[in-house]
Ligand binder design. Structure first.
Ligand code: 4AD
Ligand code: MG
Length: 461
């Protein structure tokens, strides 16, 4: 007999039928004539109540303890008790894997900090079950948004020889024996003897390769892991995170902002439809989120403001308001971003045209000579969700910028070739997937929205 997932059981389809279910025991309640076993199989938020006659299963029931995995068959019937509309009256029961009192999820109401220490088991809690199922719904929606618009899902490499963001925050990839690294005559590491014949790293972004592919397919997107070796222990940073990077040929900054806004609004509008039950559950415990807020944000236009005007807005505040002094040319700190979203505009804000000195080499130079066609989408509570730009498509300006930044033209010749053979205006952005999941679920720590978080000194699971 095939196993039925708890998610698919309803009285309409299964009332009176005999089915088999599997799952992990959450609790067992015994009375004289009846034992109730609550199981969950992770397919949905709902548990299933098994009604077991203790006289028929006296040899098996002692091993049916919290955490054990079981298989049960029986008849689906309307439930007489409160809290569920149906239950399974068990005719056969089998323990597949035992569990004992040391099982750490015995009691209710564990802290998120504690659960982080048992990341290998936390998916069995209601909270993490909901968060990771919402993550799955959002992943599906990401693909739906771009696939419905004719974008090609492009797979860009995780191992690269370039540093897209130029911040030098990369993990090295090498097969050298670290105890005896080959050196050149002048004492430097001799990467010519390494696996790739040059130094290699885990990618911080798939953008440069994304630009290559958009130069053949017009509209592409990536959705995959990226890696950053920045030593920041914050609730918004991971060392390994997933990013979605669309890249569009024949598109300028305006078009880029438009699609970024449509994308975020689409995701919010649809996740509240497709994961309503999970979100309602999360909201009971984590007050940072509300379906109503997500709904409002998905239905209103995002505010757009140039970096220069944003600085003017921030300067209206007394200097004591912020830890970091507000000056044209500075990078916006999260306190500034949140002031703009939470206090000034009360919603998402797109800041554009940033000073070129604080942005990456590939961004398109504006005519003022001081700014580049960059944009960041900022969300209340989370801050930066998206970073993007129109790309510099003029080879002379790009080469000049790279030389100014001490970059090698030779190493990125293929990137420059795109500007030599059929160059076109193009633009794209990167959305940090975990920040999106954080925003939607209301989790305050980014480590609670990815099953196996990677951060400085955190790689246990
Ligand atoms: O702003 P970033 O660095 O932009 C890029 O990487 C561009 N190459 C994207 C592009 O134009 N194709 O990163 C994009 C987004 C940020 O807005 C943020 O949401 C997220 O990635 N992000 C992180 N998320 C979690 N942990 C980190 N350490 C992150 N760093 C960036
Ligand atoms: Mg950024």
């Amino acid at each position: 007999m095939d196993r039925v997932r708890i998610k698919s059981i309803s009285l309409d389809t299964y009332k009176g039928s005999n089915i088999t279910v599997c799952g992990w025991v959450k609790s067992k309640r015994e009375s004289k004539n009846c034992t109730f076993v609550i199981i969950n199989d992770g397919s949905c938020q709902s548990d299933l109540q098994l009604v077991v006659d203790p006289s028929g299963f006296s040899s098996i029931l002692p091993a049916v303890t919290t955490g054990a995995s079981i298989r049960a068959s029986g008849t689906v019937q309307e439930s007489l008790g409160k809290g569920q509309s149906f239950e399974l009256v068990v005719s056969s029961l089998e323990v597949l894997g035992i569990s004992d009192e040391s099982y750490p999820l015995q009691k209710k109401g564990h802290s998120l900090e504690f659960l982080r220490q048992i990341a290998h088991l936390r998916g069995r809690t209601n909270t993490f079950g909901a968060v990771f199922r919402v993550r799955n719904v959002l992943s599906r929606l990401v693909h739906k948004f771009f696939q419905d618009r004719g974008f090609i899902w492009a797979h860009t490499p995780l191992i690269t020889a370039s540093d897209c963001e130029g911040a030098g925050e990369m993990f090295r990839v090498t097969t050298f024996d670290l105890g005896s690294v080959p050196k050149t005559e002048d004492g430097k590491v001799d990467y010519s003897q390494d696996f790739f014949g040059t130094s290699a790293n885990l990618t911080v972004s798939g953008q440069l390769e994304g630009e290559v592919l958009c130069s053949s397919f017009s509209d592409i997107y990536t959705f995959g892991p990226t890696f950053r070796a920045e030593n920041s222990n914050t609730t918004r940073h991971l060392s390994e995170f997933w990013m979605i990077e669309p890249e569009m040929a024949f598109c300028d900054l305006k078009g880029d902002m438009k699609i970024a806004e449509e994308f975020v609004r689409f995701l919010l509008a649809n996740v509240i439809k497709e994961a309503r039950g999970e979100l309602e559950f999360l909201q009971k415990f984590y007050k940072d989120t509300s379906i109503q807020t997500l709904e409002e944000i998905s239905s209103k236009d995002f505010t757009r403001i140039s970096y220069t005007d944003a600085i003017e807005e921030l300067k209206k505040q007394p200097a004591s308001k912020f830890e970091y002094k507000v000056e044209w040319g500075m990078d916006l700190q999260s306190e500034h971003e949140r002031f703009l979203t939470d206090t000034v505009f009360g919603g998402p804000v797109i800041v554009y045209d940033y000073p070129k000195d604080i942005k990456a080499f590939y961004m398109r130079n504006n005519d003022d000579g001081k700014t580049v066609a960059a944009m960041d989408v900022l969300l209340p509570r989370i801050g930066e969700l998206i970073g993007g730009s129109q790309r510099e498509e003029r080879v002379d300006l790009l080469e000049k910028r790279m030389l100014d930044m001490n970059m090698s033209l030779k190493d990125l010749y293929w990137y420059l070739d795109l500007r030599r053979y059929g160059s076109c205006p193009h633009a794209g952005f990167g959305l940090g997937f975990e920040r999106l999941v954080q925003y939607v679920t209301g989790m305050t720590n980014i480590r609670d929205v990815i099953p196996f978080p990677r951060a400085p000194r955190l790689i246990e699971f």
